[in-house]
Design a binder for this molecule. Structure first.
Ligand code: M6R
Length: 636
């Protein structure tokens, strides 16, 4: 979703902020902006559209003296994606500028109060309301300290002069104003503030929206996500809800918003390197992330299988559950749905899988002792976090499956399994799903192992699964080039289509859902997935020669039924692409064979990802940043 970066140091801030924003572009955005202090003047530049538009505007200005600045990429929530709504927003009196992620829910009430105090607004955003609220609080405090007529707006020059001489008083006043305003704002925020009154400092705070500090030497960063400052430091402090950070070029301090007390924070070292967040010679991040899946498999398995046993020390303190509820959104939901089969067969645990946004907005009935398994690549998806909190409030143990170290999910869950897929930059999730599937499969086998279950009821034995997993990286390494070639051919052949069906049964159903999601989000071709058995209950009415069907099926007990479904589509002149294993005998317009392995899902997934990738690229779409989408959906 929106991206934030702030820099406080000794180097030119503007190029660093722009570079940080470009590293956050993957989150999705429709406008961008930057504020910096040049000779103590608050300068603000914003532009609609891509970052290049902002850079063009900045090229007309001189900003070389600025060593402090904040920047933002906006994904519209309040108001159109136009320049006046882009961040940063300054307060009416130019006392400060802020960037903000999240939503101030009571912004209209606050706006009404401020309007009655004479504030006039030039945007439709809740952020401008927050900027003015802070400035209102600031003015009140200045009057209190220095008497009537002491408002910042009336005495800008004088205050800048005074704050130069006695900066600590002004830092104190700004801190109080910032805290007072945030206490009045309801909703979610990651907010960063810059003001000519405190020219050496940046203020930051968070509530239910991610914000972290980058700890450098003689420089500090604040950002919504690690890649923003990864080339400069890997040392990170994660802010918690209701914490305020005050940065300068020589120190940082974190305080509790409620008590004002200093909070001692741990510094985490991020194991990613900048290479992991670069395209590495590939045309798009998405392609790079698909092609690196063999490595992801290796990283994800590393240390987790020893002497034929699964080792997950993160779960030592968690009892084997009697029921599991999986909660997730989008691709992570699809991974959860796929894992239901394995959890039920290998671990013999009943599993319910739900979309987090549906779950949290009803009054769900949970069984006593039901374990909540929350899956999220980013660990910041608002609905998934909302569902997690609801379950925790009811006293349930929450296990998180997450890719981003130190994310909200990882910090709020009782235990977290990290998928270790490395940074996923492309908005469309690919390698993260594969890594989630690996972990979910390990988890299913691990609980079976802890229950001392023999594999009588399992479709595949634990041993077959472990051997299959261990051999997968090499199999996939060999297969990926051929998959890409075939995906490219098929994409060219089917680029005419306006709609696609995706069909799957059993283990393949969740993959069909994922295939359809990938195709629509990347190529904007309408794609709908059905459990193959459902076709004849309605959807088949749509089949005609120009409406292709993508079938994914494996060499298992479901295949005879899937074949019948294919015949039904074909007898209505529907064209079928069949992504199947070599032993699946069927004749279709386009056969796409996968080698025989015990875990064909791990080959089918990259094949479908590549099909969508090639389709989107062939159709000239914005592969890494599809329209209207954001990498992590931090709004509800
Ligand atoms: O970070 P999360 O896994 O919680 O994200 C969930 C979805 O927003 C995400 O999977 C989304 O559906 C992707 N665009 C899919 O490619």
């Amino acid at each position: 979703m929106c991206g934030i970066i702030g820099y406080c140091g000794r180097r030119p801030a503007v190029p660093l902020v722009i570079e940080g924003l470009s590293r956050l572009e993957y989150r999705g955005y429709d406008s961008s902006g930057i504020a910096y202090l040049q000779a103590r003047r608050l300068e603000l530049v914003r532009a609609e559209g891509k970052l290049a538009m902002l850079e063009n505007k900045l090229a007309e200005r001189s900003s070389s003296l600025a060593t402090i600045g904040i920047g933002h990429t906006r994904w519209a929530t309040h108001g159109l994606p136009v320049e006046r709504n882009a961040h940063p927003h300054r307060s009416q009196n130019d006392a400060l500028a802020i960037v903000h992620n999240g939503i101030i829910e009571n912004y209209q009430e606050l706006k009404d109060v401020l309007s009655s105090e004479g504030y006039v607004f030039s945007s439709d955003t809740d952020t401008e309301v927050l900027a003015n609220l802070i400035s209102f609080e600031l003015d009140s405090l200045l009057v209190e300290r220095f008497g009537q007529g002491a408002e910042f707006s009336k005495k800008v020059e004088e205050y800048i002069e005074k704050s130069n001489q006695n900066s600590s008083i002004f830092i104190e006043i700004m801190e109080e104003a910032f805290s007072n305003a945030l206490k009045k704002a309801h909703g979610a925020y990651a907010v960063v503030l810059l003001s000519p009154m405190i020219p050496q400092n940046i203020f930051a705070a968070r509530l239910a929206a991610p914000l972290l500090l980058g700890i450098g030497v003689g420089e500090f960063f604040v950002a919504s996500d690690v890649p923003a400052f990864l080339p400069y430091t890997k040392d990170v402090v994660f802010l918690e809800d209701k914490e305020i950070a005050i940065l300068s070029d020589s120190s940082y301090e974190v305080k509790s918003l409620e008590t004002g007390h200093v909070v001692k924070k741990e510094i985490h070292h991020i194991p990613w390197d900048i290479q992991g967040a670069a395209k590495d010679g590939h045309k798009h991040f998405m392609l790079k992330e698909i092609m690196e899946q063999p490595k992801v498999l290796r990283d994800c398995l590393a240390g987790r299988v020893q002497d034929g046993k699964i080792v997950l020390p993160e779960l030592d303190g968690i009892a084997v559950p009697t029921r599991i509820r999986i909660l997730a959104c989008g691709t992570s939901y699809n991974a959860g749905l796929w894992s239901q089969h394995y959890l039920e067969s290998l671990a013999q645990i009943p599993v319910t899988v739900e979309i987090a946004s549906e779950f949290r907005y009803r009054k769900p009935l949970l069984s006593t002792g039901e374990l909540i398994l929350v899956i999220s690549q980013s660990g910041e998806t608002a609905d998934t976090l909302g569902a997690l909190r609801l379950c925790k409030e009811r006293g349930h143990t929450v296990l998180g499956l997450c890719n981003v170290l130190g994310s909200s999910l990882a910090r709020e869950a009782d235990a977290t399994l990290y998928t270790q897929a490395g940074p996923e930059i492309s908005v469309a999730s690919t390698k993260a799903m594969l890594s989630q599937m690996v972990l979910l499969l390990l988890l299913s086998s691990y609980w079976g192992q802890r229950k001392n279950l023999y594999d009588d009821n399992a479709v595949k034995t634990r041993e077959t699964i472990l051997q299959g997993l261990i051999s997968l990286p090499a199999v996939l390494d060999d297969l990926l080039p051929a998959l890409r070639k075939k995906a490219n051919e098929l994409a060219r052949k089917y680029a005419f289509a306006h709609s696609f069906f995706y069909l799957g049964r059993g283990l393949a159903y969740a993959l069909a859902l994922e295939g359809a999601l990938k195709l629509k989000e990347l190529s904007y071709i309408h794609a709908e997935a059905y459990a193959s058995g459902e076709m004849k209950h309605g959807p088949i009415a749509l089949i005609e020669p120009d409406f292709p069907t993508f079938v994914v099926a494996f060499d298992d007990e479901h295949f005879p039924k899937v074949r019948s479904g294919i015949l039904e589509v074909q007898s209505r002149q529907g064209k079928v692409i069949a992504l199947v294993q070599e032993n699946c005998h069927v004749e279709c317009e386009d056969m796409w064979y996968l080698p025989e392995t015990s875990l064909p899902e791990f080959l089918a997934l990259p094949a479908m990802q590549l099909f969508s990738y090639e389709m989107a690229d062939y159709l000239g779409k914005d592969v890494d940043q599809p329209r209207n989408l954001a990498k992590s959906v931090t709004v509800e």
